[in-house]
Design a protein around this ligand. Structure first.
Ligand code: NAG
Length: 263
């Protein structure tokens, strides 16, 4: 299937939306990541899940490959969740009105893996539901910076899904590491992040979740690299910040009718 096709590429896109895992991580303190969004994507065959994050009461940022699915019927965003299997009072379930995938997104090489989703109604900002600031165009992370990634998903390569939000600390790596593992790595639009001991990692269901460094979202979990557990490649938000701002403006103007929006 798709997985086999992708595996034949030197550059393995640890797949699309699906089950995932934070490996070597810990449970987050309840609601300490109030910007985290859980995306439920329903399409003809079966539902899939991804992470995302709230950047404005009516807008969630995620990875384009999460939405790169045929015949999506509906997308729902769950905010304010800790245990995603529980009906917590803190949760807000909001349907997605539409989304914009970056026009230069490529599923073959994972470039420009970014999507902006517009919610059908504004989220109510509470202590459990808040926005996170995104890195500005001039702000960059450098090798050695310590960041965190959170997600709902499996906690080991063989383990069960976790229904509570997990997180893992990960270090920004020297970009040569990702360049050596993949000819498709692009410095300006990607961030190479990992764990040297190869014990901590993320995987598909965590896709779309934010790389948070210094309380700002700097990356969007995109894909693995060279078929290894670590490092991971994140979409570099600072590079896309002007595009994000432009789309947010058009979201404010646009009467929402159908999706996906054309860019
Ligand atoms: C999450 O909620 C479900 C449903 O209430 C419960 O069965 C499960 O044990 C909870 N998980 C954790 C880790 O608390």
């Amino acid at each position: 299937m798709l997985l086999l096709l992708l595996l034949t590429n030197a550059f393995v896109l640890l797949p699309w939306a699906g089950a995932g895992r934070i490996i070597g991580g810990r449970e987050v303190k309840d609601h300490s990541r109030p910007y985290m969004a859980f995306l439920e994507i329903k399409s003809g065959s079966k539902p899939s899940w991804c992470g995302g994050f709230l950047i404005r009461p009516d807008a969630v940022l995620s990875a384009a490959h999460c939405m790169d699915i045929e015949e999506i019927e509906s997308v729902t965003v769950i905010l304010g969740a800790h245990n995603i299997s529980d009906e917590e009072c803190s949760q807000q379930k909001i349907s997605v009105a539409g989304w914009v995938i970056h026009p230069k997104y490529s599923c073959k090489d994972g470039k420009n893996d970014i999507v902006l989703l517009k919610l059908n109604e504004k989220a109510t900002i509470t202590k459990n539901v808040r926005c996170i600031s995104i890195a500005e165009n001039h702000e960059c992370v450098k090798a050695g910076d310590l960041c965190t990634v959170s997600g709902w998903g499996r906690t080991s390569t063989e383990g069960d899904m976790s229904d509570v939000l997990m997180e893992v600390d990960m270090e920004v790596q020297n970009e040569e590491i990702c360049e050596q593992l993949s000819s498709k790595y692009q410095r300006q639009s990607m961030i190479c992040v990992g764990d040297e001991d190869n014990k901590k990692a993320t995987a598909p269901g965590d896709s779309g979740g934010p790389l948070v460094c210094n309380e700002k979202a700097h990356g969007i979990l995109s894909h693995g690299c060279g078929g290894r557990l670590s490092p991971d490649v994140f979409t570099r938000i600072s590079h896309f910040e002007p595009w994000i701002r432009k789309k947010l403006k058009s979201f404010s103007r646009k009467a929402i009718s159908c999706f996906p929006f054309s860019d």
